[in-house]
Design a protein around this ligand. Structure first.
Ligand SMILES: Nc1ncnc2c1ncn2[C@@H]1O[C@H](COP(=O)(O)OP(=O)(O)O)[C@@H](O)[C@H]1O
Ligand SMILES: [Mg+2]
Length: 227
């Protein structure tokens, strides 16, 4: 039966190795993700989760195989730029925010890349910050925030330009158990509210089980299992 929902991520027999082929990482992996899905890439450390997310996010290029993300092939530099600026947001395990800048200043960065009007950006920042509960922290510097607050800021930054796709690489990996659960819950709520597609890498079963689909990643191979 055909599915009317749009394909956001299409990977077909994608292969990736490092060090000129000496370190094979992904072996002809295929994956299709449709609008609104929350998909977990679940696997042990070193299985290839980050490598796959980096390929999807245009942070790295595959050796072989087909790739289309939001309808664009991330193999050209121009498409990678368009994807990163307009179509997708990335949340890393370590927030990758600028520590000396305030929350608000960090959140303005993605808007600068697309020349969004300042007033519109300010409204969007307040909207997202309110949803993740960091409104009272906007004028504080990142270095003065807790780990959970930093990840909430990182999630806001990734969503600022209203992307269709959110790629999250172990977004709760550096948080304690309880804060991790809160941040995961926020991410899930926000994704549903904003109707965005999420591909999330995690080694934690409890988070994988809370997703719509679980893709088991083992030694650079994918295998879908029931959630
Ligand atoms: N830039 C790189 N150069 C060489 N090897 C790498 C590089 N990035 C990742 N690897 C190797 O690829 C394998 C998969 O890594 P990664 O995708 O980070 O796994 P995961 O995110 O599941 O922990 C690991 O063996 C790792 O050491
Ligand atoms: Mg990783």
């Amino acid at each position: 039966m055909s599915d009317p929902r749009e394909i956001v991520v299409h990977a077909h027999e994608v292969t990736k190795s490092y060090d000129g082929g000496r370190i094979p990482v992904l072996h002809e992996v295929s994956l299709t993700v449709r609008t609104g899905e929350l998909v977990a890439l679940w696997g042990a450390s070193g299985s290839g989760k980050s490598t796959l997310l980096h390929l999807l996010g245009g942070l790295d290029v595959p050796d072989r195989g087909e790739l289309a993300v939001c309808g664009l092939d991330p193999r050209t530099e121009e498409n990678r730029l368009t994807l990163r600026r307009r179509h997708l947001g990335f949340v890393f395990q370590l927030h990758n925010l600028i520590p000396d800048l305030t929350v608000e200043e960090n959140l303005r960065v993605p808007a600068l890349a697309i020349n969004r009007p300042r007033r519109e950006t300010a409204a969007r920042i307040r909207e997202l910050a309110g949803q993740v509960g960091i409104n009272h922290r906007l004028a504080h510097r990142i270095q003065d925030l807790s780990g959970g607050e930093r990840q909430r800021t990182a999630i806001c930054r990734a969503l600022l330009n209203s992307p269709r796709l959110l790629l999250a690489d172990e977004p709760t990996g550096s948080l304690d158990e309880r804060t991790g659960a809160t941040v995961f819950g926020l991410l899930k709520d926000l994704a549903e509210r904003e109707r965005i597609t999420v591909v999330l890498a995690t080694h934690e079963r409890r988070f994988a089980e809370a997703c719509h689909r679980i893709i088991r990643v083992r030694d650079g191979r994918l295998d879908e299992i029931a959630p």
